[in-house]
Design a protein around this ligand. Structure first.
Ligand code: ADP
Length: 580
């Protein structure tokens, strides 16, 4: 790889990182306050070291040594606890701002972004990675600044005793740094390995334990058992190795520390013996030298921590850099009652094209079914009408007007779209039915749409009625019930255009007919487009479009298509399966 490419990449990720920090609106005032406290503590710490050196040297005069020592110690303690409060508040502010920033972005990202990473990925970006970033700032960047200031203060102080003493201390530090660096790398590598093994173990177990039904129905208990045990074995080996290395590194560390102490004392002793420095200065020098070594050790740790956090910062800044959906610009969409036309549309989800030069006309004021083999692009047609994905060529128009001219925010609200998943949130039935509605419908209105969707009897049988709480994802309802509620919710919005993606698939045969009769009544004169995969449902269509491999195989009135298209004829001859 070319060097220029490496640097460009690095520069790019730093630029992205700083851009992200600017967007996050960091609490700069609190950060400045935190730094001010830290600088104050460092200054007082230097005085405290000098006073304690005088005490160790036997200078115990109350007014000039003991009292000032007590005063600076107390001030340092008070500043320390105030600084702790400021640091915690600052971190909490930062977490909140970073999470808000990523969440704001997350809801504005196009759906295609979620196809790549998946929703779980976004959850950890918002909850965990944002915390890593605030840790990077509060536990690495700020300590680097305060550490540099502290080192400078210490070296400056020692140079006031004797400049040569200061330089000799600077000369012996690299040995300490190199040793610590090697041990730090070793420990970091091992910890990384343990974390990796534990993460692999947790991921494997949570995936399988969460899908035990699949494991059992596939009869893969034995192989899953073996795979889990192997992950546990790998985690165990990494822990044992780390313990062994830890046992060796500890005594080596102690020996290195002792050697460094002896060298520091000997150097100071030489200066003291020659009369260049006084006894308290020699003792203070020793204290300062230890502090400096600790600071350097911290610096080596920062690099390791920075590397482990870098993944999180990169992931979050990638999210922040991704283009958002532009929802506000464009005309406000009102009436979407006209004929829908896809005119020479090109579309692909990724690299492989799904539609090339596709043209379809969906009549206004009728019920149109889109049918075809699985993967032929039926749901995608609804996604493109809803503008969930941008088309790469051609136009999608309603009533002769290019839908791209409408602002996304108003356009999507002007139609109802019941997706295949029939998603419900944790909340009451009323909350779920009224989702996205600005007005509060009366119970009579709710009764009407629930009656149409064939779910009113069920609601009436519940002691809490519409105030019944349904668990996350509507967990307390069956698939068919969820479909009925989402259809009812869509009807409540009273739009001119209704899109349904296999929205009655999980209902029983009688239920489907009842719901379709209701939809036909409520949507009379309005446009309904639905994806169907069974013969019973397509009987409810006025018009049918048959798709195959991303192209229109046939389109026309129901009777004509059902009598002439082989795919539809086969669908009609298939036995209905009971559901619900
Ligand atoms: P149908 O509804 O006819 O079963 P779809 O419109 O769902 O077909 O899908 C058409 C093709 O596009 C399929 O090959 C499917 O794998 C692919 N596809 C659908 N959704 C996505 C997506 N979000 N990302 C990538 N490919 C997709």
């Amino acid at each position: 790889m070319e060097f220029s490419a490496i640097f460009r990449k690095k520069y790019g990720s730093f630029r992205r990182f700083f851009h992200m920090l600017l967007q996050a609106r960091l609490p700069f005032l609190w950060i400045a306050l935190d730094l001010a406290f830290s600088f104050g503590i460092i200054n007082i710490g230097v005085s405290a070291t000098e006073y304690s050196a005088k005490l160790y040297a036997g200078e115990v005069d109350f007014g000039t040594v003991v009292l000032p020592f007590l005063v600076v110690t107390i001030i340092s303690l008070v500043l320390g606890s105030l600084s702790g409060i400021v640091t915690n508040v600052c971190t909490a502010f930062m977490n909140r701002n970073l999470r808000r920033m990523v969440w704001r972005k997350a809801v504005r990202l196009p759906l295609s972004f979620y196809d790549e990473g998946g929703p779980r990925e976004m959850i950890s970006r918002i909850t965990q990675d944002t915390t890593s970033i605030s840790n990077l700032i509060m536990r690495i960047i700020i300590p680097i600044i305060t550490g540099a200031y502290s080192s400078w203060m210490i070296l400056q102080k020692i140079s006031t005793y004797d400049a040569a003493l200061m330089w000799s201390l600077v000369a012996i530090l690299p040995v300490y740094v190199v040793f610590n660096f090697i041990m730090g790398r070793l420990n970091f590598g091992l910890n990384d390995l343990i974390n990796l093994r534990n993460a692999q173990l947790t991921a494997a177990i949570s995936e399988k334990a969460g899908n035990m039904m699949l494991v059992k129905t596939m009869g893969t208990e034995e192989s899953e058992l073996q795979a889990g045990v192997e992950k546990m074995e790998a985690s165990y080996k990494a822990s044992v190795m780390s313990t062994a290395i830890g046992q060796i590194s500890q005594p080596m560390h102690t020996i290195a520390y002792l050697l460094q102490t002896i060298v520091t004392i000997m150097v100071g002793r030489g200066f003291y013996a020659s009369g260049a420095i006084t006894l308290p200065e020699w003792i203070a020098y020793y204290g300062f030298a230890s502090q400096l070594c600790n600071l350097l050790a911290d610096y080596l740790g920062y690099w390791a921590s920075f590397k482990s956090i870098q993944g999180a910062t990169d992931r979050v800044s990638q999210i922040m850099d991704a283009p958002s959906e532009e929802t506000k610009t464009g005309e406000a969409a009102g009436n979407l009652a006209g004929e829908i036309t896809l005119d020479h549309v090109d579309f692909s989800y990724g690299e492989v094209p799904l539609f090339q030069d596709l043209s379809i006309t969906i009549p206004a004021g009728k019920i149109t079914a889109i049918v075809g083999p699985s993967g032929s692009g039926k749901s995608t047609i609804l996604n493109l009408i809803n503008r969930l994905y941008p088309i790469q060529g051609g136009t999608v128009s309603i009533g002769g007007k290019d839908t791209a001219k409408y602002s996304l925010a108003t356009y999507r609200k002007a139609m109802s779209y019941v997706t295949q998943e029939c998603v419900m949130y944790a909340g009451t039935l009323r909350d779920n039915l009224c989702q996205g509605l600005k007005r509060s419908p009366t119970d009579a209105e709710l009764d009407e749409v629930c009656e149409t969707a064939g779910i009113l009897d069920y609601v009436k049988s519940l002691p809490e009625g519409y105030n019944t709480f349904v668990g996350e994802g509507g967990a307390s309802l069956s698939g068919g019930q969820r479909q009925r509620f989402t259809v009812a919710s869509a009807l409540l919005r009273q739009q001119d255009l209704l899109l349904l993606d296999e929205a009655t698939a999980a209902m029983d045969i009688d239920g489907k007919d009842r719901v379709w009769t209701g939809i036909r009544k409520v949507m009379a004169g309005k446009t309904v487009v639905f994806v169907a995969h069974d013969g019973q449902t397509i009987r409810n269509a006025d018009y049918i479009i048959v798709l195959r491999d991303g192209a229109v195989e046939a389109a026309g009135d129901r009777e004509v298509i059902l009598a002439t298209n082989p795919f539809c004829m086969e669908m009609m001859s298939m036995k209905e399966e009971e559901a619900d």
